[in-house]
Design a protein around this ligand. Structure first.
Ligand code: NCD
Length: 526
């Protein structure tokens, strides 16, 4: 039987479902205990003990805890550790990530731990090295995301969840937590939007000034996961509230990712998210502070006078990091996990039909669409485009639809008119006399660029076919698609050989397959 974890990739926290994470935490708890008891026989059960088992660390951004805890974990596991030095690698000679990692895969490496400024890198590398491995008759490697831009930091999320559980007496019933600091850039906080589904009931108090506020997509995600979310501008205003969390998760202002404006106001920003002596008496008695670290030595958001206090949970949190990473690597290597009985991976995304063919009754009096002033005899009419928007937005979008469908040539035109039932509402219409209609791929494109539209095929003055189109669940393998996030690995400026892909999100948008940023259906087209 296939090992449940061997060869798997962790690019976002939800790549491991709740049951799988709980299994990992049980094993980590066990490891922690056996290490404490110095029980060598039990400790050895976690070790890979294979000097040919290649694990590669590729840190294209600075790191201490993540990199070094992985390094210590690999040495505990008795596996082969290699490191790519980013300042002397051919990435600096403009080699693509795909080529770089394909070559390292060829040197018999099984797991890559990757940190980068670009988002969605591990998802992409998993795909590109899988193709490489097939071509070269090898097993495809696993990837572990050690932090990708402002996107996610799943292994930090694992150690955070483990530490919260330790401090919750292992109860999964309820978590009330305050997230404080740079929630705009903080990927460790972003991973919490899906990660904290570990707990049955979650209350999150967000404390951040506007410039550091958590991006809407994560807030939306938290709400759709059923979390109760409240927002506060600074610690002082939060402390006036009467339900204060006893777990506080701090993140530092990530100045290296900020623009000039935020840098000018850094003192004000820091002040809003830094704990002070005067705050302490207002906190619940058993309050604990967490921090993914690093702490700024001059401006720590948790001042150093608290190191030796009962608030300090961040040191244990950091030490747990190595244990979590030992177990994760042992699972990915197939050393731990044989006794896992639960559900595997994520549920398949729902597949709803998005192209609906409407039966046209030929004995019904046909609706006549006008070719300028003469009704169309043969051709197509695309109706109800971007219905309900303003005329200028509809007009702009009609240009996009025409270019995406490549129907610039020939007779015909675009116009804007009222919808039938509401004189104040507008819609776009495109007509093309003599056009023969679309194939399945073009229909999918039309559904992606003009969801809600209807396509009418007219022959000899009669509508012979009619399609109603909704957003497709997935859209890919089309020339004109592109993610708009400049930090996404699939953005055209990074020249990786990627074909963009998007997944439907909600009723009017898509998320990028790689960086998961949200786009309205208008924004994904070049
Ligand atoms: C964090 C990171 O790199 O995202 N640190 C970490 O991995 N422990 C947070 C940070 O850099 O502030």
């Amino acid at each position: 039987m296939k090992h449940p974890f061997k060869g798997r990739t962790l690019t976002v926290i939800s790549d491991l479902n709740r049951e799988e994470r709980l299994y990992l935490f049980q094993k980590t708890k066990q490891l922690k205990k056996t290490l404490k008891e110095n029980n060598h026989q039990e400790i050895d059960k976690f070790r890979i003990n294979d000097n040919d088992f290649g694990i590669y660390e590729v840190f294209l951004e600075d790191s201490t805890r993540t990199k070094e805890s992985f390094r210590n974990a690999i040495s505990f596991l008795n596996a082969k550790l290699s490191e790519l030095n980013p300042s002397s690698s051919s990435i600096n000679k403009s080699e693509s990530y795909a080529d770089t990692f394909n070559n390292l895969t060829g040197y018999n490496n099984k797991i890559f731990i990757v940190r980068s400024k670009l988002e969605g890198v591990c998802r992409w590398l998993e795909e590109s090295t899988t193709s490489y491995s097939k071509r070269n008759n090898m097993l495809a490697p696993s990837f572990i995301n050690a932090g990708d831009g402002a996107h996610e930091h799943p292994t930090q999320e694992l150690l955070d969840e483990f530490t919260f559980l330790e401090d919750n007496d292992w109860s999964l019933d309820y978590l009330h937590i305050a997230l404080i600091g740079d929630l705009f850039h903080g990927r460790t906080a972003h991973s919490k939007a899906n990660g904290l589904t570990l707990f049955k009931k979650v209350k999150i108090d967000i404390i951040a000034p506007e410039t550091l506020m958590m991006p809407k997509i994560h807030l939306k995600n938290m709400e759709s996961n059923g979390f109760e979310v409240s927002i506060f501008e600074n610690i002082d205003s939060y402390l006036q509230n009467n339900d204060i969390a006893s777990k506080w998760y701090f993140t530092r202002p990530q100045l290296e990712r900020m623009g000039d404006n935020a840098l000018k106001n850094q003192d004000i920003l820091r002040n809003a998210i830094t704990i002070k002596n005067s705050h302490l008496s207002k906190l619940p008695k058993d309050t604990l502070f967490y921090h993914p670290l690093p702490r700024h030595k001059k401006h720590p958001v948790i001042p150093t006078f608290l190191d030796d206090s009962s608030f300090n949970a961040w040191e244990r949190q950091s030490a747990n990091g190595m244990l979590i990473r030992i177990v994760l690597l042992a699972m990915t290597a197939g050393k731990v996990g044989d006794d896992y009985k639960g559900r595997l991976g994520q549920k398949n995304k729902e597949k709803q039909p998005f192209i609906k063919k409407i039966i046209v009754l030929t004995n019904k009096k046909p609706k006549k669409y006008s070719e300028g002033i003469i009704p169309i005899n043969d051709g197509i009419v695309i109706d109800h485009i971007y219905q309900g928007e303003s005329c200028s937005l509809i007009r702009q979008h009609l240009t996009t639809v025409v270019s995406v469908l490549n129907i610039e040539d020939g007779k015909g035109g675009e116009w804007i008119t009222n919808t039938q039932n509401n004189k104040k509402q507008y819609k776009g219409i495109i007509f093309r006399p003599n056009h023969k209609g679309f194939n399945q791929k073009q229909l999918k494109k039309l559904a992606g660029v003009a969801p809600g539209c209807t396509l009418n095929i007219i022959k000899k003055g009669i509508i012979t076919e009619k399609y109603k189109l909704k957003l497709p669940p997935r859209i890919y393998n089309m020339q004109n698609l592109s993610c708009q996030n400049k930090n996404c690995i699939s953005h055209p400026t990074h020249f990786e050989p990627i074909t963009s892909m998007f997944h439907r999100s909600g009723s009017d948008g898509f998320t990028c397959h790689y960086c998961e940023s949200f786009h309205t259906f208008k924004e994904i087209w070049k």
